[in-house]
Design a protein around this ligand. Structure first.
Ligand code: CA
Length: 230
């Protein structure tokens, strides 16, 4: 059974109740609050993950997300009725880890909660391994190995790759990736990100085959598509 403390911030109590009972059945300890203000107060009691509705009666979900990010880096899954690409990217650039578009299935949401909690536990590990050891990222020594061979990445390339690889299948906008490389590159153009990605691909992908590790999400950004080894 999974364990973990989940906070639901959602003003529609019907939705909150359904999600809560699903998660409780899976062994999670769940608290649900109806307002953004209550959520911000509650988060200080220590949680492993937050499910946050974007449209709340008092403070909007985007602001709540930013305030959560000020105090903790636990996974935040946003519930949103908006499904346009812009809104999704906006949510992600505010620091949400994932979003689920309403109406959603509680079972699907529960699966995502589990995936995020597995992932954040794995963040403690020093070595990230993908595709049966084809790609290994050592977060301590900052060494990357492709097929057993050491790959020389620049500091920036390493940071971009690690950020993507820590959250497989999560879409990163170019803006998010610019924030990651900032401090090293002065010019925060989209093109800068594309060049870094191109360089990383050149080093870790197989030139003659389809990309395995970094996929382009057209009009949005990039995502890491390697399969984590357990
Ligand atoms: Ca709502």
């Amino acid at each position: 059974m999974d364990t973990g403390k989940v906070l639901i911030i959602e003003d529609e109590s019907k939705i909150a109740d359904v999600v809560k009972s699903y998660l409780q059945r899976e062994g999670f300890s769940v608290t649900a609050v109806l307002t953004g203000e209550a959520g911000i107060r509650e988060i200080k009691n220590g949680y492993d993950l937050v499910i946050l509705d974007l449209k709340l009666p008092d403070i909007d979900g985007e602001t709540v997300c930013k305030m959560i990010r000020d105090v903790t880096d636990i996974p935040v899954i946003m519930l949103t009725a908006k499904s346009s690409e812009d809104d999704r990217v906006k949510g992600l650039s505010l620091g949400a880890d994932d979003y689920v578009v309403k109406p959603f299935s509680a079972r699907e949401l529960t699966a995502r909660v589990k995936a995020h909690l597995r992932r954040s536990k794995r963040d403690d590990k020093k070595e990230l391994s993908f595709n049966n050891g084809l790609l290994i990222i050592d977060t301590q020594s900052r060494e990357v190995r492709k097929n057993g061979q050491r790959v020389a990445l620049t500091n920036t390339e390493f940071r971009v790759l690690l950020s993507l690889a820590e959250r497989p299948n999560v879409i990163f906008s170019r803006l998010q990736l610019i924030n990651i490389v900032q401090g090293i590159d002065f010019d925060g153009f989209d093109r800068v990100v594309d060049v870094h990605i191109k360089n990383i691909r050149h080093k870790i992908e197989d030139a003659l085959k389809k990309t395995v590790f970094i996929e382009t999400v057209y009009g949005v950004g990039y995502k890491f598509t390697g399969e984590p080894d357990r």
